[in-house]
Write a protein that binds this ligand. Structure first.
Ligand SMILES: *[C@@H]1O[C@H](CO)[C@@H](O)[C@H](O)[C@H]1NC(C)=O
Ligand SMILES: *[C@@H]1O[C@H](CO)[C@@H](O)[C@H](O)[C@H]1NC(C)=O
Ligand SMILES: *[C@@H]1O[C@H](CO)[C@@H](O)[C@H](O)[C@H]1NC(C)=O
Length: 393
């Protein structure tokens, strides 16, 4: 054998062994750290490679690759609801939005792949979109909120609104001085379900930045809602700050008198009032978690209700939250059987956590929350009222 033939054999052997190492590591990525260590040494440190390992696939919907090996991403596709997640976030909420999505993916959606709609009153940055889209192979859409769905309408007397904000600041009422918080409450009350990206769906699951999902969810809550004919659901119920809604209940009762045709037969007024509507006990569902039917919000009762409330100006002259507005509507226009309490969805939004107390539920869900610290029977919770109300059928 002459020198050039020997040289060719050496080169060929080198190429074959590199190929072998690379294809072997591709199969076992995530399982064998020692193999990963070899590739990390082989990998040139050119900037184009940045921090993405060679065998780490780019975002690729439909890829059957399983991260980490121990995760089971097997898609459960027998049947799916016409549903989406919806997340209202600012660009500055990037990191906390990433954490929320990571958790709902791990606990539920990696096996269901429901799409996401992100909404913002400003355009999302490319960084925001990139950081979110690597988290899931589900479809993600990033939308801009139309100006009139967000900002204070011209019909509001700004001098009067400002006087009321100043008074609330004096009284130390949370978000009392904030116009953007009010914009958000009004948007969540009357507009998110009319956004063009949301119109093509019927069901939604509202998620916020910086929330936690503490338990595995072994079934599809959207299909559960659909099959059981539910319209609204919650995990936490509590009292509202009266100072933020001093006249809301009066307007609700005026509306109910104007439109008795919208009041459901077996409604949940008894959960919110012990005197048939004369006064409101301030109980409401905490709407930062919601799985609900947008046909309910888009229907004639809620459409008329929201328009009526919006005309009173209380989103700006007071500080009406979307939680009491949604809750009161669900209580009056839906029957009590259409409202679902999801005990098995462990959920935390600082400072409150709902954690399943039943040991079997907690174990099956591999919950990370402390059942002894569940908010359900805290003095500020309305859960025991709800239990009693549901028992008095
Ligand atoms: C792999 O790398 C990790 C971290 O650099 C190190 O702790 C570990 O000992 C390495 N394993 C082997 C087998 O070299
Ligand atoms: C993954 O989950 C699916 C559906 O739940 C199940 O049928 C399958 O056996 C699981 N695979 C592994 C490797 O655990
Ligand atoms: C999903 O729901 C929306 C709103 O109700 C509807 O317009 C759309 O046609 C539905 N899509 C499917 C596939 O049923």
């Amino acid at each position: 054998m002459n020198t050039s033939a020997r040289y060719i054999i050496v080169v060929l052997a080198f190429i074959i062994s590199i190929h072998y190492i690379i294809s072997f590591t591709h199969e076992s990525y995530g399982r064998a750290t020692s193999i990963s260590n070899i590739t990390s040494k082989l990998r040139p440190s050119s900037p184009s490679n940045s921090n993405r390992p060679d065998n780490f696939p780019a975002h690729n919907p439909g890829s059957s690759w399983t991260p980490g090996g121990s995760n089971n991403d097997t898609l459960v596709v027998d049947k799916r609801a016409n549903a989406t997640f919806v997340i209202l976030a600012r660009n500055s909420d990037l990191q906390s939005t990433v954490r929320s999505v990571r958790e709902i993916e791990d606990r539920f959606n990696r096996r269901y792949r429901y799409p996401y709609v992100f909404l913002n009153e400003e355009p999302f940055t490319d960084e925001f979109k990139t950081r979110l889209s690597v988290l899931s192979s589900a479809k993600m859409e990033f939308g801009l909120i139309p100006h009139d769905h967000w900002f204070q309408p011209d019909s509001i007397d700004e001098a009067k609104a400002k006087a009321s904000r100043d008074k609330m600041v004096e009284k130390n009422i949370i978000y009392g001085g904030s116009v953007s918080y009010r914009n958000m409450c009004r948007f969540n009350s009357g507009f998110f379900f009319r956004h063009p990206l949301m119109e093509k769906y019927r069901w939604y699951w509202r998620i916020e930045p910086d929330v936690h999902f503490h338990c595995d969810i072994h079934y599809d809550p959207f299909l559960f809602m659909e099959e059981k004919k539910k319209v609204y659901s919650f995990t936490i119920t509590m009292y509202e700050y009266e100072a933020t809604i001093p006249t809301l209940w009066k307007h609700v009762m005026d509306f109910a008198k104007l439109h008795p045709e919208f009041i459901a037969k077996d409604n949940s007024l008894g959960f919110m009032s012990s005197n048939n509507g004369d006064s409101y006990n301030l109980c409401h569902f905490w709407s930062n978690f919601e799985i609900a039917d947008m046909e309910f919000w888009r229907g004639p009762a809620y459409t008329a209700f929201f328009e009526y409330l919006d005309q009173q100006g209380g989103f700006y002259y007071e500080r009406w939250g979307d939680a009491p507005v949604h809750s009161i509507a669900a209580a009056l226009f839906a029957s009590r059987d259409q409202i679902q309490f999801f005990d098995d969805i462990g959920y935390e939004h600082n400072p409150y956590t709902h954690c399943p107390k039943n040991k079997d539920v907690w174990e099956k869900g591999r919950c990370s929350c402390d059942p002894a610290r569940s908010f359900d029977y805290d003095g500020y919770s309305c859960m025991s009222k709800w239990d009693r109300f549901m028992e008095t059928k």
